[in-house]
Design a protein around this ligand. Sequence first.
Ligand code: EPZ
Length: 420
Amino acid sequence: MEKIIVKGVKELNGEVNISCAKNSILPIIAATILCPESITINNTPMLEDVEVICKLLAKLNCEVNFSQIDNKLKINTSNISPENTNTDLIKKMRASFLIMGSMLARFGYCKLCLPGGCNIGSRPIDLHLKGFKLLGADVNIGYGFVEVQAKKLIGNRIYLDFPSVGATENILMAAVLAEGTTIIENAAEEPEIEDLARFLNKMGARIEGAGRGKIIIHGVRSLKGIEYTPIYDRIEAGTFMIAAGITNSKIKINGINEEHLRPVIEKLKECGFLFSKYNENSIIVDGTKMKKAVDIKTLPYPGFPTDMQAQIMSLLSITQGISIITETVFENRFMHVTDLTRMGANIKIDGRTAIIEGVSRLTGCDVKATDLRGGAAMILAGLAAEGETRIGDIYHIDRGYVNVEEKFRKLGAEVYRIDV
Ligand code: EPZ
């Protein structure tokens, strides 16, 4: 079993290069099913989650080739066999469910095992299925599977009760080859949605308004193979911003789109961070100044991202004063509080609200990654803790951060992986 060891307290310096966005690449890989031609995705970080969806496509008889040399991922789904979808890979990684929209659009049929929930919440799929039904599909659920079927998909107006990222992406992929026009209202506005739409439009789709609450899709008959470079990972970048603040350091982050990080940057400025633009894609983060307690409410984009909640909680654990974090997106995303408390944090949970009273120091001990971002929060807390923090269940972290310990070591942190 592997563990990540973090030795605090170390000041960071230098620069870190951010990878392409996991939450862009996963739907983009699912979207390659829409087109029976070769597609190349550049700068692909071979994360655990990316490996799982690549294995899923390979199991469906697609050609999937990843080059370690240039991080190019080449996919050709022309020989896909849609009937092989009965695999545990869907349960292993929820985002695999994103292939349903593409499969329905290309073959008029798809049967997948119901995606598991996960530690952070029940993760329902009712909005995905609502969209498929409104596009003309029959939806049957039973025996742990969901089956969708349609002779033809017809454009329609779809209102999402919640701006679900996954539902917006799945419906978008189902609609690009539908007959007529589809309007998705109250759609998710995350940058990764815009990135998926940009990818599909480059393939020949006709999508307007992605990244805003109303997306209009004019169905087309076919799409063509392309080469594409996804956007940078705003959550990885935000994680390293917090690393600068929690160690009172100043670092340079390469691979940033400031607009995508606006909610995080504004909140960190309120907390005492200073930012200066280095160039189009790089920023200097000065986390050396005195921090002050802040209140946070996680919201769908452009609100403060739920995927940064655990990380900023680590920072606020040692920020003088009382900070309040309200998690409005997922029902169980405070699992990292237990281990932060063991490290000396003073945090009280009341439903979806965490009340954090900053303490003067954290101390290292044995902790676990409870989920992807909770694991990142443990690394961050370890950077600021006296002594050694030993993090277990790090497979959660590997799902969303590639070469994480190397990236921290390059900044001067003492972070390394051991086999125990
Ligand atoms: C995506 O998950 C991301 N994952 C998550 O990132 C991210 O936290 C989340 O969006 C919110 O931003 C990927 O993109 C692969 P949702 P997704 O559908 O699509 C409710 C990470 O750490 N809902 O927007 O599953 C649901 O219960 C991961 O990188 C319905 O009610 O998120 C939840 O409360 C974690 N019905 C809320 O919407 C539905 O049909 C947000 O879910 C679908 C969702």
